[in-house]
Design a protein around this ligand. Sequence first.
Ligand SMILES: Cc1cc2nc3c(=O)[nH]c(=O)nc-3n(C[C@H](O)[C@H](O)[C@H](O)COP(=O)(O)OP(=O)(O)OC[C@H]3O[C@@H](n4cnc5c(N)ncnc54)[C@H](O)[C@@H]3O)c2cc1C
Length: 372
Amino acid sequence: MEASARSAQRIDVLIGGAGFAGLALAIALRQGLGPSFSVTVADPALTGAAKDARASAIVAAARRLFETIGVWQEVEAQPILDMVVTDSRLSDVVRPVFLTFEGDVGPGEPFAHMIENAALLAALVEKAKDEGVTLRTAAVAGFAFTNDRVSVRLSDGDTLAARLLIAADGARSAIRERAGIASHGFSYGQSAIVATVAHERDHRGRAEEHFLPAGPFAILPLKYDPSVGHRSSIVWTEQAHEAARIVALPDAEFHAELERRFGLHLGEIKVVGPRRVHPLGLSVARTFIADRLALVGDAAHVIHPIAGQGLNMGLKDDGLNRLFSNQSDVLRFVRDLGLGVVDRLPALKHLFIREAAGLVGEVPKLLRGEAL
Ligand SMILES: Cc1cc2nc3c(=O)[nH]c(=O)nc-3n(C[C@H](O)[C@H](O)[C@H](O)COP(=O)(O)OP(=O)(O)OC[C@H]3O[C@@H](n4cnc5c(N)ncnc54)[C@H](O)[C@@H]3O)c2cc1C
């Protein structure tokens, strides 16, 4: 590697991974440090062949970042106008509502929007090209550190000599592993079934989080699609083996399981597009930086999707999910009491919603909506 590093193309930063984290960082670096600062993003998925079928809740702080770097304007987003949280058993006929939120963190600013991942990723790729980021359809296959560089071998055979390598290659980061950085965490033993559901009636921008005994079942509003009609995205948590069983059911049986949880308050429902399962875990890398290497996004930390915070960079612990995935009547009483109190105290509720929107505490510049 030493010899090839001397002859290799020299760049400032090489980012391995073109997900939300890698692309947003590449754009922000070019915008903040100017055209003489060279940034390359390498990812085999840049062919665009495999589309991410998921949708994500983008909280206000993350939205401000996407606005500031100039991609939000290109994406059709559904504002979350209000939210209800219920806590019940699957067999309960009526689901008691313990918490309701109106969706604004400030005048006219919803605390979160729903977007489709593929649309936001496409907008990020276009913006990255406009900003002069070099995109390479290749994986980071290996690297070695020299005196003042990191020599990075790509899967297409090229070698680049960068001043900094950034691992943005997701939860199972091979770059992190290759650098010998341990990651601590655990699996929840749960998986999330994710799908898009078409329904007869308008969701009116309402998000629902139903805390069922197996875990949270979220119904998240999507933008109206003329070819499908009213739509929502579901994130349906089950024990891992049960999720695998359910997702493999024939259509009619899957539909019956879905309807038991979704209900008929939005009229008849129908799954559109693929159903997918994502194992859920929590992990944090032992360090986010090393010599000439930095970890960002899921490569650095992964949290439960319960609060839609994955992108909002590793802020929360996992207590909420544990509390809600338990059938104990005592725990149920305690959590309902807690939610009931939050629901009745407007100031606390406002704090809760600003916290969920990523706007509490030390908020970095881009998340405040300010350029670097
Ligand atoms: C079910 C579910 C629901 C979620 N819902 C939300 C939500 O509502 N809101 C929210 O904020 N977050 C949510 N999240 C979390 C969010 O999706 C992640 O935090 C986010 O996608 C992480 O982005 P990333 O760029 O770090 O990694 P990824 O999106 O995983 O991207 C990593 C990229 O690296 C590439 N790659 C892999 N190996 C290499 C290599 N060797 N070289 C180069 N490239 C490589 C991959 O091809 C991939 O494109 C959810 C997660 C799950 C599982």
